[in-house]
Design a protein around this ligand. Sequence first.
Ligand code: AP5
Length: 222
Amino acid sequence: MNSEIAKNLLLVGPPGAGKGTQAALLCEELSLERIDTGSLIRAAIKEGSPLGIQAKDYVSKGQLVPDELIIGLILDVLQQVKDKGSKFLLDGFPRNLVQAEALASALEEKDLLLDKVIAISVDEGKLVERITGRRICTNKACNAVYHTVFSPSKDGDLCEKCGSATYQRDDDKEELVTARLNTYNRETQPLLTYYQQKGILLNIDGNKAPSEVFKDIKAALK
Ligand code: AP5
C-alpha cells in the first residue's frame, strides 16, 4: 500500500465525471475498500430485494433514493469496512446534506475520520457524451467499464478482459441524463461548500484523460 497517501476518501462529482473510473484506480493503488452506492442499489434492484423494489422507481426517474432507505445500508457497510481494519473510499454517498450529517455522526461514533473529499468537475457538455457512451461488463466479478469512443473494448460488444457481453445502464439513456444532472446540481452540489468549510475539499479538473486526472488526484493527496 502507498501508505503516504492512503486515507479515508470520498469522491463527489456529477454523473459521468469519472468517479467510478478514478475509484477503481485509487482503490487498487491505495488498497482502499470501495463503497459504491450506485452499484449496491443496482444489485438490490436486480435481486428484487425490498430496498431494490422501493429504489427502482427513483433511479429510473434520475432522482435520489430516499435517505431512510440508503443511510442505514451504507453505514452498515462502513462498519464492515471498519471491522476489517481497512481504509475506505466512498463513491456516491453522501449525496445531500442530510446524508452528509448522518455520515458525520456515524464516523464520530465509530471513531473514524474522513480525511479528504475529492470533487471532480467536468464541463456539462462532456458529461452527456460520457454517460451515453458508457458500457459495462455484465460479469460482476469483472465489472470493467468502457466507453464506445474514449475507451472502447477491443472486442466490440464483448468485454476484452473476460469475454462477457457488455451492456448500457438503464439510467444512462440520454433522456434521463438531464434529470440526473439537475438532481446533482440541486441536491449534491451544496456538499462542496459543506466540505470546503470543513477544510478537507480537494478540487480536481476531470476534463483531462483518466490517467492525467489520476495523477492530479495523487498529487493533491500528498
Ligand atoms: P451512481 O451509480 O452513483 O451514478 P452517478 O453518480 O450518476 O455516477 P456515474 O456512475 O454515472 O458516473 P461516474 O462519475 O462514476 O463516471 P464513470 O467513471 O463511470 O448512482 C446511480 C443512481 O443511484 C442515482 O441516480 C440515484 O438514483 C441512486 N443513488 C446513488 N447513490 C445514492 C445516494 N447516496 N442517495 C440516494 N440515491 C442514490 O465514467 C463515465 C464514462 O466516462 C465511462 O464510460 C468512462 O469510461 C468515461 N470516462 C471516465 N473518465 C473519463 C475521462 N477522464 N475522459 C474520458 N472519458 C472518461
